[in-house]
Design a protein around this ligand. Sequence first.
Ligand SMILES: [Mg+2]
Ligand SMILES: [Zn+2]
Length: 193
Amino acid sequence: MSRAVFLDRDGVINEPVPDARSGRPESPYRPEDVRLAEGAVDALRMLHEGGFVLIVVSNQPAAAKGTVSMDQLRAVHGRVVELLAAHGVELDDWRYCFHHPEGVVPQLTGACECRKPAPGMLLDAAREHDLDLAASWIVGDSDVDIQAGETAGVKTVLVQNPLTEHRRKGAAAQEIVRNLSEAVGIILDSRDR
Ligand SMILES: [Mg+2]
Ligand SMILES: [Zn+2]
């Protein structure tokens, strides 16, 4: 069995950008808005070299809500992959939930088992990649990331990205850091325990 680090995308790997409507920092919806978080490339490389399978698990409900198209979400995904590849980093898997319980696009609307805080994306990936969940981690900047991780039985790191404070209301993570780079030492040390 392998160990994994499940990674939330927005606010962890790439920076949120101000939403045109709310002004709040949210997911980028145009490829040209994608900026990798400082230190993220090196952090991902070290985790990979440390023997962890790296799997993104990201809620992307904007198409379900009708505010952007699936093509835009795919383009943003492609840009994140491209920017990482430009630095020689390739992740093992990318899992997205495109659903929303109260969307307006029928085929993307309704309850699902993948939208965090549900653990579906982690559990599916664990089956596919033969993962040891108890030896795996999730790193995310929202309460729902921590809750999904707890339910799946992985260890949890909360990234307190100052831009996404509105996504945290006190979920109790095992570790709290300021960015992905700070999580690397904690996660790599856990291999010896
Ligand atoms: Mg996030
Ligand atoms: Zn879903």
